[in-house]
Design a protein around this ligand. Structure first.
Ligand code: FMN
Length: 185
């Protein structure tokens, strides 16, 4: 796929068919993810692949409860209402979750994993798959309970929960604001 087509055509997909994504394809996406740059070429990422739908249901429920109980109140009323809806599934019933975690807390762990995530999402788009970064899962997956649910070592730092699957339809383009460009010199 042409690079512009990949960058401009990728969309966050929230409706998936029930078709499974095979292991070879998942490995290809992870291979693309690890081509990302990383600080000092440390490549400090790990990939957790979850295809068990019952487990994803449980993590979705855990994350919703965690968000609704979290202090600080950053959720909008609309987000609260959505998260309180028992029918709302944070993983949108996608067949696969690929969670990119840092190996340990360290400088640039988030940046490194986020770059790997973008590579993975573009590579998925290139082979006709949809993806969506599920930020709603991140806080919960960083709790002992969340790590335990996925069998993650305590020192790992979950950064990018990405759902992957075949889109029912490709969502329309999402508008972008005019970028603020601060020209100096
Ligand atoms: C860090 C991050 C967290 C996100 N969290 C969620 C989420 O929890 N649920 C969801 O449906 N979409 C989530 N998204 C997707 C954004 O809503 C989406 O990228 C944005 O609306 C732009 O649409 P596009 O990806 O199709 O260009 C997240 C995206 C990012 C980068």
């Amino acid at each position: 796929m042409d690079l512009d087509e990949a960058i401009y055509g990728r969309r966050s997909v929230r409706e998936y068919t029930s078709e499974a994504v095979d292991e070879e394809t998942i490995r290809r996406l992870i291979e693309a993810a690890v081509q990302a740059p990383s600080a000092t070429n440390a490549q400090p990422w790990t990939f957790t692949v979850v295809r068990d739908q019952d487990l994803l249901d449980r993590v979705s429920e855990g994350a919703k409860a965690y968000l609704l109980a979290a202090p600080g109140g950053w959720l909008s009323d609309r987000q609260r209402t959505r998260l309180a809806d028992p029918a709302y599934h944070i993983f949108h019933h996608a067949p696969v979750l690929i969670l990119i975690s840092g190996l340990a807390p360290a400088p640039w762990v988030v940046e490194n994993c986020a770059l790997a995530a973008e590579n993975l999402m573009l590579a998925a788009h290139g082979v006709g798959l949809g993806t969506c970064w599920i930020g709603y899962a991140q806080g919960y997956l960083n709790t002992p309970e969340g790590k335990d649910a996925l069998g993650l070592p305590a020192e790992w730092v979950p950064v990018a929960p990405l759902i992957v699957g075949f889109p029912t339809t490709l969502p329309p383009p999402v508008t972008r604001n005019e970028p603020t460009i601060h020209w100096v010199g």
